[in-house]
Write a protein that binds this ligand. Structure first.
Ligand code: GTP
Ligand code: SPV
Ligand code: MN
Length: 589
């Protein structure tokens, strides 16, 4: 390897004291050997070999089942550079407080050195990381989620200097000694005390969002928590749409959508389902690549009806984390097809029956599966320049207030809509579930610098692009008085995608399909096909309603949030907020 990688690995090994150091090449043989070892020590359990060939179950420590946002830090000299929405620690304090936790943390363990590439192999936008970890489970997941091994090593030996070092150790898995640390100035990551998902697979949230967002700010591009899909219309044309929804709010499902209108020629192709890196092309459009090569998807709720493409993808070569198992070694989770089994082994390895009164699978249980197994993978998913975006959707879980879909008036208004979006919290992070919080651009836990500066960067990107995407907000999660979701969601979201395409490419038949409201442009119920769906009149009304009182409360809550950013808040955001307020306030006559 290059001398700088060697030096860093030596330095880490001198502190963490592993038994041995293994440099990973990403080969099948290496993977088989690792899997064998993990089956041997119980880290992995083999699933039914006929039904789920080469699939494994991992049960994580019950104290380590989701990202831990309160233990996630951005380390800069000046606390103002991380802003009010991030946890800050000075690099000096990090060295004093967190570095010592790595001392001897890999004793009696193997240290794996994992070079990986984020982005298609031939893409000029792809970037190299090197993760050092003492978790073979992390290595096996990184092998699915990133282009790991030789392809990355080749870039390093070819002289890439801006590679991102990431140090990861399970240590004792204690939440008291758990820290997820980011040093944007040195483009370095340290993670200790967790083996789970976004805390431990450092290529994902730590590099591709937190560190990459700071690179993007400096270099003029965007690292976003977005799915990317291609919407094929009956004329065979494909419109690319990106969508930023917070964790566990529907990105994977929308990106893999199975169209109910396939026979009419409407179809979705997946480019990415969690992260997008966006550059401005020579044509003045936004071009997006998916830096990942696999899906780390939410298991509960996934079934043949909601997401048949995912069910096909995860039927082989996949790792399941914290799901339940049936007597015949198949996987099970809440929302799985068919009747609930009489007994199961739950996510913690305990006997479970329908009367147990607990969830059999953890609500944040996940599958890790290679992107290439997705039956609707886009043939452009590895295009080096990415795909050109016509629209960006911002979406969240909102029981009230936000209609099914609306379009923003222009780029500046669209950035404001993203900046002020909110969503109910989910099991993807530890803490209370179902609490509405502001989650700008679905990046609240992932933006590596001051969110106000990030909005300035978004505004600037729109000014630089001659043809930026149109911006929409969507909400699949509006409920009625009984708390039931009004909108059927999943495949039926195709109806919203079709309307979005009409908005950006021109209507199909010239009849009016939308009307203007104070918050944005809302479709007519007919344009979505509310009647074909059998929605009652009152449900359809609720779904498309923009209630003045609700929105005035929303504006009030937005004020409180925006105030936190003080002088750093871009004028354009302040202006947009005032403009929304005055559109909502009837003029006295
Ligand atoms: P992360 O991987 O955490 O970033 O999540 P994600 O945004 O990819 O969310 P995902 O598609 O995995 O969906 C999360 C949960 O929401 C799952 O339980 C889905 O079944 C459910 N879900 C997804 N789309 C819809 C929808 O249109 N309607 C409803 N009601 N539920 C949905
Ligand atoms: C998310 O929480 O947004 C995820 C899962 O995609 S994790 O990889 O754990 O961050
Ligand atoms: Mn995510």
């Amino acid at each position: 390897m290059t001398s700088s990688v060697d030096e860093w690995v030596d330095e880490v090994a001198r502190t963490t004291h592993p038994d041995k150091v293994v440099w990973c090449d990403g080969s099948d043989a290496e993977n088989e050997h690792l899997i064998g070892e993990m089956l041997g020590d119980g880290t992995l359990l083999r699933l039914n070999e006929q039904a789920l060939p080469n699939c494994y179950l991992h049960r994580s420590n019950p104290q380590d089942v989701a990202r831990t946002e309160h233990l996630t830090y951005i380390c800069t000299d000046d606390p103002h550079d991380v802003g009010p929405t991030n946890n800050w620690m000075s690099p000096g304090e990090a060295y004093e407080k967190v570095w010592p936790l790595f001392k001897d943390s890999m004793k009696n363990r193997t240290m794996y050195v994992v070079p990986y590439l984020m982005g298609p192999t031939s893409s000029p936008y792809a970037k190299v990381g090197v993760e050092v970890t003492d978790s073979p489970y992390v290595v096996a997941n990184m092998r699915i989620m990133t282009r790991m091994g030789q392809v990355a090593t080749d870039r390093l030996t070819a002289g890439t200097t801006d590679w991102v070092p990431g140090l990861h150790s399970l240590s004792d898995l204690s939440p008291e000694r758990r820290f997820i640390m980011h040093f944007p100035d040195r483009r370095t990551i340290w993670s200790i005390g967790s083996g789970y998902g976004g805390n431990a697979l450092l290529g994902k949230k730590c590099f591709s969002l937190r560190i990459a967002s700071t690179m993007g700010k400096q270099q003029g591009w965007l690292a976003e928590h977005m799915l990317i899909l291609g919407l094929e219309s009956p004329d065979g044309d494909v419109t690319y749409i990106a969508g930023a929804f917070p964790s566990a709010c529907g990105k994977t499902n929308l990106a893999m959508l199975k169209s109910p209108f396939e026979r009419d020629g409407w179809k979705v192709w997946t480019v990415g389902e969690d992260i997008a890196w966006i550059n401005i092309g020579p044509d003045g459009r936004f071009w997006a690549i998916n830096p990942e090569s696999g899906y780390f998807g939410v298991a509960p709720g996934t079934n043949r009806k909601t997401n048949p493409n995912a069910m096909d993808a995860i039927s082989r070569n996949s790792i399941f984390t914290n799901v339940a198992v049936t007597d015949d070694g198949k996987v099970w989770w809440e929302g799985m097809d068919g009747p609930v089994p009489e007994h199961l082994i739950d996510w913690q390895g305990r006997r479970w029956t329908p009367t147990s009164g607990t969830k059999a699978a953890h609500p944040n249980s996940r599958f890790t599966t290679p992107a290439t197994q997705n039956p609707v993978i886009s043939k452009h998913w590895e295009d080096p320049q990415g795909v050109p975006l016509s629209a960006i959707l911002f979406g969240g879980r909102r029981a009230r207030t936000v209609p099914l879909v609306y379009r923003s008036f222009d780029w500046e208004h669209g950035v404001f809509v993203g900046a002020t979006m909110a969503s109910e919290t989910t099991a993807a992070a530890t803490g209370a579930v179902g609490v509405v919080r502001r989650d700008p651009m679905a990046m609240l836990p992932f933006c590596g610098y001051n969110m106000a500066d990030y909005w300035s960067h978004w505004l600037e990107m729109g000014r630089r692009a001659s043809n930026p995407p149109a911006v929409f907000q969507v909400n699949w999660f509006r409920t009625d008085d009984q708390g039931r979701y009004i909108w059927p969601g999943f495949g039926e979201n195709m109806r919203v995608l079709r309307w979005v395409r009409d908005q950006v490419r021109g209507s199909r038949n010239g009849t009016p399909t939308a009307h203007e409201t104070p918050v944005g442009v809302v479709p007519t119920p007919e344009a979505i096909g509310a009647r074909d769906l059998g929605l009652s009149k009152s449900d359809a009304e609720t779904l498309f309603a923009v209630d003045r009182e609700d929105w005035l409360r929303e504006v009030e809550d937005q004020s409180e949030f925006l105030r936190k950013f003080g002088d750093r808040l871009p004028d354009a955001i302040r202006r947009q907020h005032q403009a929304l307020q005055s559109r909502l306030t009837p003029v006295a006559v």
